[in-house]
Write a protein of this length. Structure first.
Length: 137
């Protein structure tokens, strides 16, 4: 059963409260045609994955690992540049700022969340991007 606009607005307002104080600004790095482009994106929620302290295991005794190092939740209005290569965890959109920051390769980007109208799909596919990232070592 699709949600009506009132319910979607309620869920969106609660998500905004959850994101408050947990977001940061990152830099998207693209390359193509002999040029490198830098684009900052504000309001990104960052989640490190597989960062388990030594000696901590899951209930079955295995150390928890994920096939990616981090997951970033970007706002739905984010426009990804052509030739996207890296996501740098810095608000400084310069070559020096990116070089000094932790850099991640984009493994996958998927639209997620509530569609604003209808039952999803097309332009209503979701209100945020979930991006899986691998740390450059």
């Amino acid at each position: 059963m699709p949600l009506d606009s009132r319910k979607v607005a309620h869920v969106a307002a609660n998500r905004a409260k959850i994101r408050a104080g947990r977001s940061e600004t990152v830099t998207l790095v693209s390359a193509g045609g002999g040029t490198v482009g830098y684009q900052t994106v504000a309001g990104v929620v960052w989640r490190d994955a597989g960062q388990v302290p030594a000696g901590i295991a899951s209930r079955v005794g295995d150390v928890t690992r994920a096939p990616w190092d981090a997951m970033a939740e970007l706002p739905g209005e984010t426009v990804f540049p052509d030739g996207l290569k890296l996501v740098a965890r810095t608000a400084t959109a310069t070559a020096a700022g990116v070089a000094a920051a932790a850099r991640y390769v984009v493994l996958d980007k998927v639209r997620a969340g509530l569609g604003t109208t209808g039952s999803g799909g097309g332009g209503n596919a979701g209100n945020r991007w979930m991006v899986k990232l691998r740390l450059l070592r």
